[in-house]
Structures are given as structure tokens and as C-alpha cells.
Design a protein around this ligand. Sequence first.
Ligand code: GLY
Ligand code: MN
Ligand code: MN
Length: 469
Amino acid sequence: MAEGRKNGLYSGISEELSTLMRSGWADTERHDLAPSEQAPYAAARRAALSARFPGERLVIPSGNLKVRSNDDTYPFRAYSGYVHMSGDQARDGAVVLEPRADGGHDAYCYQLPRDSRDDNEFWTGPTAELWMGRRRSLAESERVLGLPCRDVRTAAEDLAASSVPTRVVRGVDPALEAAVTTDAERDAELEEALSDLRAVKDAWEIGELRKAVDATVRGFTDVVGELSKAVASSERWIEGTFFRRARLEGNAVGYGTICAAGDHATIMHWTDNDGPVRPGDLLLLDAGVEARSLYTADVTRTLPIDGTFTPVQRTVYDAVYAAQEAGFAAVKPGAAYRDFHEACQRHLAAQLVEWGFIEGPAERAYELGLQRRFTMAGTGHMLGLDVHDCAQARTEEYVDAVLEPGMVLTVEPGLYFQRDDLTVPEEWRGIGVRIEDDLLVTADGHENLSGGLPRSADEVEAWMGRHAG
Ligand code: GLY
Ligand code: MN
Ligand code: MN
């Protein structure tokens, strides 16, 4: 918006221009909108949250645009707790659960309404629709979300005017947070509850996770088809190839894509992605499409760039594959959440002892955690709206919990031999292997949602042979 900006080229708005701009617009209100598919699921999630906090007002904001630099902002991504409780992704919104005398709550949603054409805000204001795109009207939002909707521009005043005991999710919307008087510990309990309630996915969420994973499988296949171009370019070609699929089929990537060729595969969070892609090396690709609904996949495959593992690469790969198989066997209802992690780590500890890289016996090495020099990370996490979903959940509801049907988690063992690690033979140095899949816990075990991608070394080579470009 040029108006009023330092160094803008227009010094003002004439009366005539103002009048011209404010007239001659059609009524575009939509009366045909139906509740979203997600609306009844969001209502059930709000009911579960309501049951935990009788008599208290709960405020769950969506968040605001954040400045990237000067007047450029990051693409908006709503707070996951808001998305879960509303089925909405709009910025500057908030779900409010207002307590009733019977212990339940009435829910409503604050939304940024459409701009009025009665003043110049719609083409000069900070949220001008003419510049940023049409928003839903409050009436349209009510129909889509199945929730009463109010104008967010009066939210701070409304909330400040009431003395109802209130909790707010902190760190999402500073203005709404400042409008309410709350207690930090009690606010943290609200955030915990919002995380707890995401542990078991409903049928709609599982459908969205399937979409995210299926698109991710296509993204990995795209990358294999473009590996020769990556060899002529850099890891950036791989990042761009996967990102194209993510933007076409989904919202974006669910986290910074890790395109780690050669030694970079030993760096857990390599996202610079500016290195060379060389035949003879491995490519560790950790990437996930975030669906339009914001549910994300999180998948890793480690691929021989020229299509064939060297003997030492295959030895490492087979060990990680066997560890993942051991982890998979522990993913079933009634198993402890920690079981798959422990199964993977035990397997890798024994393997590292057998190779002579850590001192045995294997059980002692595992108990002391010696394998961690080479396995580095935990072996998985919950997956959903956030790649590390349910992160604020109570420990007893997450790492100390028992698996239930509807939980979705990653199993992602790895071995990483740093280039400067003098404790392993030279030809092992610079090798990093991770295999990561997304598992849905079912009534009688699990389903590997990312099973559309090959996992064993032989399957990987055959698949690359079919799709190599
Ligand atoms: N891509 C992040 C993770 O695997 O946890
Ligand atoms: Mn992961
Ligand atoms: Mn990952």
C-alpha cells in the first residue's frame, strides 16, 4: 500500500478519488456456503476441551502476520491449537469457549471481517482486502465453521470488560493476551490440554494425514526423477523439486526440507541444502508435504545417488532397516509409547558393539546410552498438525503413555558417522542413514501410511531404477 508510506509516490487521496473508490461495487456475499466437512469434528474436539475446564473462559488465538523484513511478512500459518478447535486457518482470529452455569461452554469465534466500502480502509488500510484478497464475511464464517462469529476488532475490549476466570494460550496473539488477566501456570495447562487432545486423531484427521503422506510419496518419486539434474546443480534442486509438489498438492512443506547429500547426511537438521550431489554418495532426504488442512507428513529415505549402494553403505543401511523393523513390531495398541524407541536403540547398540565401535556387552552399552554417539536423536514422535505434534502434552499423555488406535507417530532410526570421527574406519566416515515412516496405530497393530515408498535396500535400488531421471 503506497498511501502514507515513507517514500510512497502518492501524497494523499482527493475527495473525488475517495468517492470514486467507495462506489460501484457488487454485493458478493455468499449465501450458498455449507459447513465444512471438519466442522462436526471440531465441535467434538471443543466438547472434549470444555469438559476439562468447567466454569472458565478459554481463549485460543490463531495468531497474526509476522514481519520477515521491513514491510514483508512470512506466509501466515495459524496456531495448530486454533486450527484443531475451529477447523479454520484465518489469521487474527480466536476461538473462545465461554463458560455456562451448567459447567459446559458456549463456543464462538472471533474473525477479521470483510472491509467496509464506506471508508478507504478496504484499499488503504493495513489489512486491505483489495491488496490481500477477499476474506469471508462473519455470516459466511458462521456457516462454514458452524460457530457464531464476532468481529475480532472488538475482542480485546470485550474480553477485558469481563471478570470471568480466563485462560489464554500465550505467545500467539500479543494483543489478545494483553487484554486478559490470566495466570501463566494455568495458561500453560490450557496449552497442555490442547496438545493432549491431539494425541488420538479422529477419522477426518487420519484422512488428511493420508493425503499428506500420499503427496509426499509423489514428491520423493519426483526427486528420484530429477537426481541427474541435482547432480548437475546442487541439493537446492532437490529442495525445489519437492517443494513444487508440496505447493501443488498441499499448503507447503511441513518443516524445512533436509536435502543432505554426502557428509551432510550426518547433520541432523541440515537445511542449508546448498551442497553438491555426487554419484557414489548417499542422499538423505527428510521431507513432508503439509496438506491444505495443515496436517503434515514426515518421511525420510536415504538413497544412493547413482542408484546402487556401495558395500559399506549397504551394511549401514541394512542395520538401520533392521532397527526400524524392530521398532515397527513394537507399534501396537497397549504397547508403551517408549517401546518402539527402545527396540530400535537396543538393536543399534548391539550392532555397534558387534562392529566394535562401542564397548559391549550390548545390554550394558544400551543401558549407558553409548550408541547415542552414532544414533544421536530419539527414534520418533507424534505427528499431526505439527511435525512434532502434541509437543506440550503432559508427559503421562505422551512419552509415558500407552499406544491407542488413532495415534500417528514416526519411527525413524538412524546411524550417523561423522567425517571427523576417528573411532570408525575411514570408509565409514561421512555416512548418514535414516529411514523414517509414519505409522497409524490400528486396533490390531499399525498401518504404515508411508509404505508406498520402498524401504529395504533392494527395494530402494529397484524403485530408483524404475524412476531415475
Ligand atoms: N524432520 C524432522 C524429524 O524427522 O523429526
Ligand atoms: Mn520425524
Ligand atoms: Mn523427518
